[in-house]
Design a protein around this ligand. Sequence first.
Ligand code: C2O
Ligand code: CU
Ligand code: CU
Length: 461
Amino acid sequence: FLIGFWVFFSGGPSDLPEDPGSGNGGDSALQALPIPELLEDENPEAGIASYNLVARHGTMNFFDGVETLTMGYNGNYLGPVIKLQRGEEVHMKVTNELKEPTSVHWHGLEVPGTEDGGPHQPIASGGIWEPSFTIDQPAATLWFHPHVIGTTATQVYYGLAGMLIIEDENSQSLGLPSEYGVNDIPLILQDRSFNDNGSFLYYDNMMDGAFGEHLMVNGAITPYLDVKPIKIRFRILNGANARNYYLQLSDGKGFQQIASDGGLLEKPVEKEGLFLSPGERAEIVIDFSSYDDGDVVAFKTGEEEIMTFRIGGDREDPSTVPETLAVIEKMEESSATGIKTIELDGMGHMVTLNGRQFDMDRIDDNVVLDDVEIWEITTTGRMMMGTTGHPFHIHGTQFQVLSRNGAPPDPNEQGWKDTVFVGVNETVRVIVQFQHKGVYMYHCHILEHEEAGMMGQLEVK
Ligand code: C2O
Ligand code: CU
Ligand code: CU
């Protein structure tokens, strides 16, 4: 059966119609990296911030001469970056100008379930949603995206996603590169395919989600960025529906990872390559000071180019990367009150979580507020052909990874995480605490798997 299945679906992406970019890759490669705008706080009071987000339809010219219908927040594609301060009281006003329902989920934010923006907080077409919350977690790079049943994957593919940055006293005292758009740069990684007429080609290959032929950063196909020969911090989001990235510089030069999903690591970790599965974030610092003016280096995943850096200019570097970045209190296994097992199984549209598919009307687990739990997340090898594993995400909290197949996690996974990749036949043990009440999702962040039901929900009481 499996072989027949494989043959049936193997005529996948290569059979797709040629996209309009095939002939003019040179043009798209000349595009500068777009830097999303910082969203303006409309509340003049100190300590209180008010933001307006509008989900809307739009159009983009990803390729010369063809128009692509898109979706975006406050613009045509993707959204502005929202920068929040720890301790701040935040009021969001989200207006849905789409012709369909949406929701806005704050991925990684520790907020009450009613403010989380999951499937239980849909915003009807023409509707408004006004969540508010207080930021009470360390500095981190988070993100936001729709989370409605049935259309999460396509709405994200069409452009609904944005980055959310939290700063705190610690992050602002370290001297890290932190001038937004200058030496502190967001990189939202995605992949997209296009039809001949320029429209998005959303092709769910039925195996492991929707992949695109073109690698995009901040909504531009293989862009370039001019950088000074100094240290530059990149806040990287794997915002792809299904694609894993293994990020490397084309000359093999290393970089430092300074943060994982939920905030700064205790100390910088030297990396020569960085694996990021869908939903995960990392902050890295690349030191361009060893390059000469005029040098060009590419950022790649595997053999594919994501973007290029063109180096040149003033060598005066205002920033440092200190030895100690943060204090992360280890959550002790002995403090755990219970163990949960999460089994991720299947592929394509036949995926399950603990043997069943998501049901909006079923609460799968109950959690006591502030209790510490150990979750053992496993994938089986059965029915995993074509799938390398599942990025497992929990809403409303940040957790710590205890072990991967019994071994301690790599140093860059020893900080706060909200999404962790679980490879084939792996068991990843995490320790987690919920500090807010409400209903929260947990799921595979391959959006097609989430849509197909590889998701559960728990209630914290
Ligand atoms: Cu990034 Cu349930 O979400
Ligand atoms: Cu989330
Ligand atoms: Cu999955």
